[in-house]
Design a protein around this ligand. Structure first.
Ligand SMILES: [Zn+2]
Ligand SMILES: [Zn+2]
Length: 420
């Protein structure tokens, strides 16, 4: 038996219905906010991610699916979507025109992490990216969009956490101070953070280790170091969120895992899945387009982790509105042939219809119909073919009515909730 690759998961029905539900809701909300879909390759040049995400992040250091292709070129299965969106934005000259360009994309990402419960090496995200706008209104808008998706899904046990990470004008001074502070107490940090403290000190805030967390509680945060513009931007975002009655918590220690964020950073966390887990996160990334060789264009975006969201949704009742099913049970080859036509005709008229081709007994076919959840069974044999009409059985009530095989309106009426 050939098994799936370690860390890869099959997503099976009926769970796929939840995925469809959440993606449908997201698409609807994106349309309201003027975000258009962009579909990008899963495979990119490795350099794209090492330059955008940051060479000294965990993702690039140890979590990327990187390999050489047949020509010896290093390629990587995308670990996140933003870098690819920016690459496509630059390559396809999508920066033309003054308006903000708003994109969304839905699909798999890949990270070579140790597989554990709820974490897979192929996982899925819904991403939104708005390029070309610097206004804090755009940050507020994209956060409201994100929360609208959650609201439409009926998710309530969530909390918005926000912070500002400063800009190239105010962050370097803070980083110097932080690096110096961490260097003095480097022995108190966990092994990972000892390494990070010099190369990428902000990442220390992401550490889950208790020792590190305790030490960090004493360390000054970026909040006290913001320049006037960053501070004004941050205030304006919060003011707009307040205006729409959005509750949020300011966490000056929220840093997000990637190097490219500037100013607004945010996460949506849930307490439902045990530990405080982020189901979505994002922020502003003003320097990234330029960093990747494009024009100096500011941008903001977010990613929703679909696996986590599906896990949350599975604690809720899911309604999959599907029309009732009619199962056509056939006895004999002539009935099989006629049944095939009938099922096709019904399907083309928007009915949900099924049959079995195995020439089984009526009892076996009725069992099958029951297992599929058929609301009605139409029974077709030589006698019915000759008479041109057949019994339609309501599986719930047991009631039967005879319907004409040439006039399908009776079957359709029955399926519409009338008759039978
Ligand atoms: Zn600043
Ligand atoms: Zn640590």
């Amino acid at each position: 038996m050939i098994k799936a690759v370690r860390g890869m998961k099959d997503i099976l029905p009926p769970e796929t219905a939840r995925w469809q539900q959440l993606e449908t809701v997201a698409r609807t909300v994106f349309a309201c906010y003027g975000y258009q879909e962009i579909r990008l390759p899963l495979l990119e040049r490795t350099e794209l991610f090492s330059r955008s995400i940051g060479a000294s992040t965990d993702i690039v250091e140890k979590e990327m699916y990187t390999f050489l292709d047949r020509h010896g070129e290093s390629v990587t299965l995308r670990p996140e979507a933003t870098a690819s969106v920016v690459r496509a934005f630059i390559e396809n000259r999508l920066d033309q025109g003054a308006e903000v360009k708003k994109f969304f994309t839905i699909g798999p990402m890949f990270r070579y992490e140790r597989p554990q419960k709820g974490r897979y090496r192929q996982f899925h995200q819904i991403n939104a990216e708005a390029l070309g706008g610097e206004a804090p209104e755009l940050d507020a808008e994209i956060i409201l969009l994100l929360l609208d998706i959650f609201a439409r899904l009926g998710l309530t046990a969530i909390e918005l956490v926000i912070n500002s990470l400063g800009c190239p004008r105010c962050r370097p001074a803070y980083l110097l101070e932080l690096t110096a502070l961490l260097a003095r107490q480097v022995r108190d940090l966990c092994e990972d953070c000892q390494r990070r403290s010099a190369s990428n000190p902000l990442r220390v805030f992401d550490c889950k280790s208790k020792v590190c967390q305790e030490m960090l509680a004493q360390v000054p945060t970026i909040a006290d170091h913001l320049c006037d513009q960053c501070s004004w931007h941050d205030q304006r975002v919060r003011e707009l969120l307040n205006r729409y009655g959005v509750p949020f918590r300011h966490n000056p220690r929220l840093v997000r895992g990637l190097d490219y964020y500037t100013r607004t950073a945010f996460e949506v966390v849930t307490t439902h899945l045990g530990a405080q887990d982020a189901v979505a996160g994002g922020g502003r990334y003003n320097g990234l387009v330029k960093e990747l060789g494009g024009p100096d264009i500011p941008a903001v975006g977010f990613a929703i982790g679909e696996e986590r969201l599906v896990a949350l949704l599975s604690q809720q009742e899911v309604t999959t509105p599907a029309p009732p099913l009619v199962f056509v049970a056939v006895l004999g080859t002539a009935a099989l042939d006629r049944g095939f036509d009938l099922v096709q005709t019904l399907r083309r008229q928007g009915c949900r219809a099924e049959m079995d081709f195995g020439q089984r007994s009526l009892k076996a076919q009725l069992t099958m119909a029951n297992r599929r959840g058929a609301a009605y069974v139409l029974i077709l044999g030589d006698q019915e073919l000759a008479a041109g009409e057949a019994p339609l059985k309501n599986m719930a009530s047991g009631a039967q009515q005879v319907v004409s095989l040439t006039d399908l309106t009776a079957i359709q009426a029955a399926l519409g909730g009338k008759g039978a």
